[in-house]
Ligand binder design. Structure first.
Ligand code: PMP
Length: 407
């Protein structure tokens, strides 16, 4: 069933404004998506009616807050089809989720001479934590190369895999190019050598159906703010037996069973990994974002976004001086490009003057940009509330801007 986009846009108050005297065209969704009114209302509603610390309170507000908080955990479980809610750890975001795995699983199970495999497509948050770990424990970081279309070289991945591989940590969908990696195959192959697999789902979870049991991934990290939810909140999914085998991340309240000066015992998962008072209000509001996605249906969202991506690629490729960056066969709705003779930042500023919000630069993927021989790109990324007529506005603007250097 196709979506009623105009009606759906009505749910997002921020979209209905002018920027520099022009209607806002928001194409920076890979950086963060906008929030529907229901999410905003849930956040204010929490502080107006329910605010209390969770889990240990002996009063009605604490009970209510706890119940709402835990119902988001259950909604996340359902969203990624995890076996049980205990496998859902609530974090600050993808970055913290990956750092948590590096600091706990990494320190305990990866040692000197062991290998971690990542890819050239990675966001810095799936590079730096592993570099820090390798520096600390003498493990070795291996990187899967890519082809010029921006796809990983799968045969090279197979060559890198060995008995020394302890972890494959790979992006599901690239934020810079949109490339979707063949993660199901990667996971199966990694498991054959006994390695665990972490998926960076920061971009994939908003566009694709991600079923952790069907994929059989060991960890999945993602952020609420790219899923129409609040900032400063994310998820780490992990299989129960792995999470139970890992030491805690941070020490403090909530993560303990019993504390004495002779020693401390730790709480059950997921609480073992959730020290301190969490981001309660945002967690509660996040459920409304998940409801929003589930109500529309992932298939309908993907169909609409695929159509936008195809339309944008067609419209823009007509333009003299337009250079697409990353032309993988399998992509989420991210269109990265350069304009011949122009710096991406200058293009971004000129688009902004026309009310069009895009991201320019290296997109936190400097090694990828180096591989592509680029300083950066212009990135237009589409969400479910974007329309073809907005893409017409972009195409018209890009045409005028490109003409400056491409007569
Ligand atoms: N990985 C990818 C692929 C991303 O796109 C992002 C956000 N740009 C991150 C990781 C980091 O997410 P966060 O900043 O929300 O922790």
């Amino acid at each position: 069933m196709s979506l009623n986009i105009e009606k759906l846009r009505g749910l997002f108050p921020i979209l209905h404004q002018e920027v520099h005297g022009k209607p806002l065209v928001y194409f920076d969704n890979a950086a963060t998506t906008q929030k529907p009114q229901a999410v905003i209302d849930a956040l204010t509603g929490y502080y107006q009616h329910d605010n209390a610390n969770i889990h240990r309170g002996a009063h009605a507000l604490a009970d209510r807050s706890t119940q709402y908080f835990e119902s988001t955990r259950e909604a996340v479980r359902d969203f990624i089809h995890a076996k049980e809610a205990a496998e859902i750890i609530l974090t600050k975001g993808t970055t913290e989720s990956i750092n948590l795995v590096a600091a706990t699983f990494g320190r305990k199970f990866i040692g000197e001479g062991d290998e971690i495999i990542i890819s050239t497509l990675e966001h810095h948050s799936n590079i730096v934590p592993w570099q820090m770990l390798c520096q600390e424990n003498g493990a070795i970081l291996k990187v899967i190369p890519i082809n010029d279309a921006g796809e990983i070289e799968y045969d090279e991945f197979l060559k890198l895999l060995s008995k020394r591989t302890k972890l494959v940590s790979i992006v599901h969908a690239s934020n810079a190019l949109g490339t979707i990696n063949p993660v199901k195959e990667i996971i199966a192959k990694a498991h054959e050598v006994g390695a665990r697999v972490l998926l960076d789902g920061a971009q994939s979870t908003s566009h694709l159906t991600v079923d952790v049991q069907a994929l059989d991934c060991d960890f999945l990290a993602f952020s609420a703010h790219k899923l129409y939810g609040p900032t400063g909140l994310g998820v780490l999914y992990g299989k129960r037996e792995i999470l139970e085998s890992m030491p805690p991340y941070q020490g403090g309240g909530e993560m303990i069973k019993e504390v004495s000066f002779d020693g401390t015992t730790y709480n059950e998962i997921p609480f073992k990994f959730e020290a301190g008072t969490p981001n309660i209000g945002d967690v509660i509001a996040f459920k409304k974002a998940l409801d929003f996605i589930q109500d529309l249906g992932k298939d309908a969202i993907k169909a609409h976004e695929d159509e936008l991506l195809q339309y944008a690629a067609e419209q823009l490729s007509e333009i003299k001086g337009f250079i697409p960056v990353g032309v993988a066969k399998d992509k989420v709705s991210v269109l990265s490009f350069c304009i011949n003779g122009m710096h991406p930042f200058d293009v971004g500023v000129m688009l902004d003057a026309r009310g069009i919000a895009v991201r320019t630069g290296h997109h936190c993927t400097q090694p990828l940009m180096k591989r592509l021989g680029l300083e950066g790109t212009v990135r237009a990324s589409f969400a479910v509330y974007n329309t073809k007529s907005e893409i017409d506005v972009l195409a018209d603007a890009v045409q005028k801007i490109a003409r400056i250097k491409n007569k």
